[in-house]
Design a protein around this ligand. Structure first.
Ligand code: TA6
Length: 311
C-alpha cells in the first residue's frame, strides 16, 4: 500500500487576476476557486487519477475538514485524517493570472503537532504499514512544530520498515536525511544547502553524488525549476527538460511530478519513463486553474514530448 501523509493539509483559495499581480494597481479578480491544498493530498489525488490505490491520511484541523474531505472525494480520494478539535484546516492563498507567469503562494501556519497526535495517527491509519509499503511524507509540518516532535514522527515511520519517500524542506528535510530514504526531491537551492556548496551545473550535481551515497538516498530528484529536473540513482543521471505549456497555475506541479516518480517506481518503470511521466504530469497540472489534478489525455500527449539526456 502507498500511504500519502500530509502533516499540515490546507484548503487553497485561488484568486485568478485579469493581469499579473502588480503593487499599486487595482488588480481585478476574474475568478475564484477553492481546492485541496497541501502536498501529500495532491500526491494522493495524482496517484488516484493514475489508478494507483493509496491511503490519503495525516493530521488536520477539525473545522472545515468536511470541505477538505468533500474536495478530495471529487477526485475519488477518501480522506482519512486525525481531526484536531478547536483547530481549523489552514487556508492558503494562491494568486494566478492568465499570463503564463508563476503563481503567488501565501500559506497560513497550520496546526502544531504533538507526540500524542502522532501516536493517534499511527494507531488509526498507519498501524499496518510494513516493509511492503511506501510512506510518502510530502509537505512540512507547521513551522511551530518542534523538530523533536517531527523526529518522533519520522522515527515511527522508519520503524514501520516501509520505504520512505519525502518532499520536505528546511530543517525537516535535513533531519529526514539522517535516515535512509527511498526517494527525495529537493530543489536546486535545497540540494545546495544540503551538500554545503552552490550546485549550479550538471557537473556540480555529478560531483555531489557522493553525498547521495553517504546519505543513502536510493532515488534522488533535483528539481531545477524552469530548467526541468535531474533524476539520479546509484550510478545513472538523466536530465529532463521542462515542457513549455500554457501555464494557468503551477501550484501543485511539483506534487504531480512527485506522484509520477512514485507511480513509476511502484510499477517497475526505468528512469527514462519515470522522468518523462513525472515531467508530463507536472506540466499537465500547470495547465489547470486549480491546485489539484490534471487532464489525463493531455498528460499522455505531453509524455512523448519530454526531451531528456543521460548525463
Ligand atoms: O505544492 C502545492 C501546495 O500544496 C499548495 O496546494 C499549497 O497548499 C502549498 O503547496 C502548501 O505547501 P506547504 O509546504 O505549506 O505544505
Amino acid at each position: 500500500m502507498i500511504y500519502c501523509v500530509t502533516l499540515n493539509p490546507a484548503l487553497d483559495y485561488i484568486i485568478e487576476l485579469e493581469e499579473q499581480l502588480t503593487s499599486g494597481h487595482n488588480n481585478r479578480i476574474i475568478n475564484k476557486y477553492i481546492d485541496v491544498g497541501g502536498k501529500g493530498t495532491h500526491v494522493s489525488i495524482a496517484l488516484s487519477l493514475l489508478g494507483e490505490e493509496n491511503v490519503c491520511t495525516g493530521i488536520s484541523g477539525e473545522k472545515d475538514y468536511d470541505l477538505l474531505s468533500n474536495k478530495l472525494n471529487e477526485f475519488g480520494v477518501q480522506a482519512q485524517f486525525i481531526k484536531v478539535a478547536d483547530n481549523s484546516v489552514r487556508n492558503n492563498y494562491i494568486i494566478t493570472s492568465n499570463t503564463k507567469q508563476s503563481s503567488y503562494l501565501l500559506t497560513e501556519m497550520g496546526i502544531t503537532l504533538s507526540e500524542n497526535l502522532i501516536d493517534e495517527l499511527f494507531d488509526s491509519y498507519l498501524l499496518e504499514a510494513s516493509h511492503e509499503d511506501i510512506i510518502i511524507i510530502a509537505g512540512n509540518p507547521s513551522n511551530d512544530t518542534s523538530i523533536e516532535v517531527f523526529k518522533y514522527f519520522f522515527e515511527k515511520a522508519i520503524n514501520t520498515g516501509s520505504k520512505i519517500a519525502i518532499d520536505l524542506h528546511g530543517k525537516y528535510l535535513e533531519l529526514a536525511l539522517n535516515y535512509s530514504v527511498y526517494f527525495a526531491k529537493p530543489n536546486q537551492h535545497e540540494f545546495s544547502e544540503l551538500v554545503g556548496e552552490e550546485i549550479e551545473t550538471l557537473e556540480d550535481i555529478k560531483s555531489s553524488l557522493l553525498y547521495m551515497e553517504l546519505k543513502n538516498i536510493k532515488h534522488l530528484c533535483i528539481s531545477l525549476g524552469k530548467r526541468g529536473s535531474v533524476l539520479v540513482n546509484k550510478n545513472e543521471i538523466y536530465q529532463f527538460d521542462g515542457l513549455q505549456v500554457n501555464t494557468k497555475n503551477d501550484t501543485g506541479s511539483g506534487d504531480a511530478y512527485f506522484a509520477g516518480i512514485i507511480y513509476s517506481l511502484v510499477n517497475g518503470l526505468d528512469m527514462i519513463d519515470a522522468g518523462k511521466i513525472a515531467t508530463a504530469l507536472g506540466a499537465a497540472k500547470a495547465e489547470e486553474k486549480i491546485s489539484s489534478g490534471f487532464n489525463i489525455k493531455r498528460f499522455n500527449n505531453l509524455k512523448e514530448k519530454v526531451k531528456y539526456r543521460k548525463v
